[in-house]
Design a binder for this molecule. Structure first.
Ligand code: CAA
Length: 391
């Protein structure tokens, strides 16, 4: 076995849905002053999945470019993180494994802890690579965020998947060892097995998030982490982009720093570009923040980036990464812009119809209308089995 000095994110790719609903359309429907959406929560639009899309098709679309670039040989583990699981037993990762033609000599598993799951996946992947640095782990974070129609949460929906290849000597970001972790049993956001849409206590969820920022930062410092002023940027979990501003302000206050608006904008502004137009992508959101930062920042070589991953319920983790020299040659900036630009606008009535759509539970044959144009689609459900199609 070879020795390993650095492990982290070797490649990162994301995919989002076929449709997009601008917040102006939602505001026109419910009479909300648009400033509340654009400024109050910091959202411009949200990704809306087509009838033939789900977390599997999004996850496969995010991971396919990684497989195309690196091949499958060293991947012996796939970890699929999601809040919006499609099956109580089978991992969504097994469908993706099949759609991508990954080797049968692989372990595949699904992880859940609301929006935090992908960070657990990343840390578990690092542990596996540490044990055998010749192996690589494919981490997929994929979610469709769904709240009740006409509820306050409705404006904070979205959908996206991020795939990350975790490897030794990574090309993008080395993940550092100390992590600050925090768990508190709170009912701020949850989704019982019989529900499609999440239940949420909005204000309680914001308070719980801020407490988790404080708790995970405290543990991070106790574990010997970096000082706050060593970080060039902060990637927060972004259920809506204004939440990153609230979180960073709270962290600065906790540490006794000034909360200068320009300094806050410099620390997090570039992490919000994709989330502001995609909406909440739960497990993927913090890594969509990283993608936006890497794609837009001038040069982050050898700079430290902070990550704050929060999952309602609640679990949080504060950790750091260092950006690797040469990282810009490995970015997917154009493809990321294209994933956002290619979405087709849906009007409010069309969005509502998609939101209300559910599969019958009678075990019959229920094909989906062909709405997507991407590489993978959910063709339907037959005898209670989801049927996927590769284009
Ligand atoms: N112009 C500018 N700003 C305006 C405005 C206007 N015309 N009208 C209102 N605002 C501002 C308000 O002042 C408020 O700003 P502050 O929070 O800075 O005070 C902001 O817009 C939102 O207004 P409200 O609080 O009145 O909004 P709301 O009650 O409709 O709910 C919400 C907002 C709680 C975020 C709701 O959308 C929600 O429940 N979302 C789902 C839960 C969520 O995302 N929670 C985040 C933490 S939990 C988490 O992170 C895990 C996860 O992914 C779910």
């Amino acid at each position: 076995m070879t020795s390993v000095s650095a492990i982290g994110i070797h490649d990162l790719s994301f995919a989002t849905s076929e449709f997009v609903l601008p917040h102006t359309a939602l505001a026109d429907h419910n009479g909300t002053e648009i400033g509340k959406y654009h400024l109050g929560i910091g959202q411009q639009s949200m990704s809306i999945t087509a009838a033939d899309e789900d977390i599997v098709t999004l996850g496969a679309a995010a991971a396919a470019p990684i497989i195309a670039r690196h091949g499958t040989d060293q991947i012996r583990t796939v970890v699929f993180a999601t809040e919006s699981s499609i099956d109580q037993a089978k991992s969504a990762g097994v469908y993706v494994h099949s759609l991508l033609g990954l080797p049968s000599a692989a372990r595949v598993v699904e992880l859940k802890q609301a929006c935090y799951g992908a960070t657990a996946a990343l840390q578990f992947a690092i542990g596996l690579v540490h044990r055998d640095p010749t192996q690589r782990v494919l981490v997929i974070a994929s979610d469709v965020s769904k709240y009740e129609l006409d509820s306050p949460g409705e404006a904070t929906q979205g959908a996206a998947a991020v795939a990350m290849l975790v490897a030794a000597d990574p090309a993008l970001v080395r993940i550092e060892e100390p992590s600050g972790v925090f768990t508190a049993d709170v009912m701020d956001f949850w989704r019982p097995n019989y529900r499609d849409a999440a239940l949420v206590d909005g204000q309680e969820s914001i308070t719980a998030y801020l407490q988790a920022v404080e708790g995970s930062w405290k543990d991070y410092t106790e574990q010997g982490g970096r000082a706050l002023d060593e970080f060039a940027a902060f990637c927060y979990h972004q259920p809506f982009t204004k939440m990153a501003y609230k979180a960073h302000t709270h962290l600065l206050n906790t540490c006794g720093y000034d909360t200068d608006k320009d300094a806050i904008a410099r620390a997090i502004g570039q992490t919000t570009a994709y989330n502001a137009v995609v909406g909440n992508s739960y497990t993927a959101a913090v890594y969509l923040g990283l993608a936006a930062l890497l794609d837009q920042a001038d040069d982050l070589t050898d700079q430290a980036v902070a990550f704050l991953s929060y999952g309602s319920g609640s679990v949080a983790e504060f950790f750091a990464g260092t950006v690797v020299p040469g990282y810009r040659e490995h970015l997917r900036t154009e493809a990321n812009s294209e994933a956002i630009a290619r979405r087709r606008p849906v009007d409010y009535a069309g969005y509502r119809e998609l939101h209300e759509q559910t599969f019958p539970t009678d075990g019959g044959d229920h094909p989906t209308p062909e709405q997507t144009t991407g590489p993978f689609r959910l063709a339907g459900i037959r005898a209670h089995k989801r049927v996927y199609q590769v284009r």
